[in-house]
Design a binder for this molecule. Structure first.
Ligand SMILES: C[S@@+](CC[C@H](N)C(=O)[O-])C[C@H]1O[C@@H](n2cnc3c(N)ncnc32)[C@H](O)[C@@H]1O
Length: 252
């Protein structure tokens, strides 16, 4: 997908200020107990690959930077696994909710405004970087991946999710001309949505010493009950073949 003409980090910020991610999972009042519970439950019910990832990282007690944390739903999980989490996002609106979410869950997280293309941290500041569904929305994605590389210490690991070009979800969106980030309004397009082949990912991460790429998550929100009702014995292998999420592990 080419960015919409004239897209900049500012137009991306405007879009995400108006679209707080994960809110489509709930009708509850923003930042209420029910809102947090429902989002957490439905996110990890659909994103079956995330709890397994977090469990695999348990107890590392390292410095982790999350880039594009949104409302902090994953930041809280990572803090719960022992990481000292710093989390940045482009938008004040999401960060305001993230602060309330972490307080509800008793998690201590350093949330800050920040831009993935120009991270405000010294070289080699973190042992790990996590970024889920973010960097494919920033106009200069290569710059943002170079920034991830810069702030990681040598031997540190990046865990990144980027959208998969060769996926069922992408095919459906292209054929039906659906917007990628707005499940309700078909005219509401996110300014920047890049998708990648596995080979394209390897090009982006060429400065890292070891890179693995695995596809997951065959259906997305708009697929309704398919997203949760298809048995895992089918969902998982289908995800590995034509999933929407390329789960990347890259060692600096
Ligand atoms: C799809 S949401 C994902 C949020 C969160 N990672 C999650 O999975 O719920 C994309 C987020 O990326 C943030 N974002 C987009 N471009 C960014 C950039 N250049 N720097 C920092 N955050 C950015 C947006 O503000 C938005 O909160």
């Amino acid at each position: 997908m080419k960015p919409q003409p004239g897209s900049t980090v500012d137009t991306v910020r405007d879009f995400w200020q108006a679209h707080i991610n994960n809110e489509y999972y709930t009708d509850a009042e923003r930042a209420s107990e029910e809102y947090f519970d429902e989002i957490e439950h439905r996110r990890y019910d659909t994103h079956y690959h995330l709890p397994a990832l977090f469990a695999s990282l348990d107890g590392q007690r390292k410095r982790l930077l999350e880039v594009g944390c949104g409302i902090g739903v994953d930041s809280i999980q990572l803090a719960g696994r022992g990481f000292a989490v710093t989390a940045v996002d482009l938008t004040e609106n999401a960060l305001a909710v993230a602060g309330q979410f972490a307080a509800h869950r008793g998690a201590s997280i350093d949330f800050r405004l920040g831009n993935a293309e120009r991270l405000d941290f010294a070289d080699e500041s973190f042992d790990a970087v996590y970024s889920f569904g973010v960097l494919h929305h920033t106009p200069d994605i290569q710059k943002s991946i170079d920034e991830v590389h810069r702030v990681l210490r040598p031997g540190g690991t990046a865990y990144v999710m980027l959208y998969h070009r060769d996926s069922l979800v992408n095919l459906v969106h292209r054929v039906l001309r659906l917007p990628y980030e707005s499940p309700v309004d078909r005219t509401d397009h996110c300014p920047v949505v890049y998708t990648f082949s596995r080979r394209g990912v390897r090009r982006l991460f060429r400065d890292f010493s070891a890179v693995t790429v695995r596809a997951e998550y065959p259906f997305t929100y708009g697929f309704g009950p398919l997203t949760t009702k298809v048995p895992m014995g089918i969902r998982r292998p289908l995800g590995r073949a034509i999933g929407w999420h390329l789960m990347i592990t890259a060692v600096r």
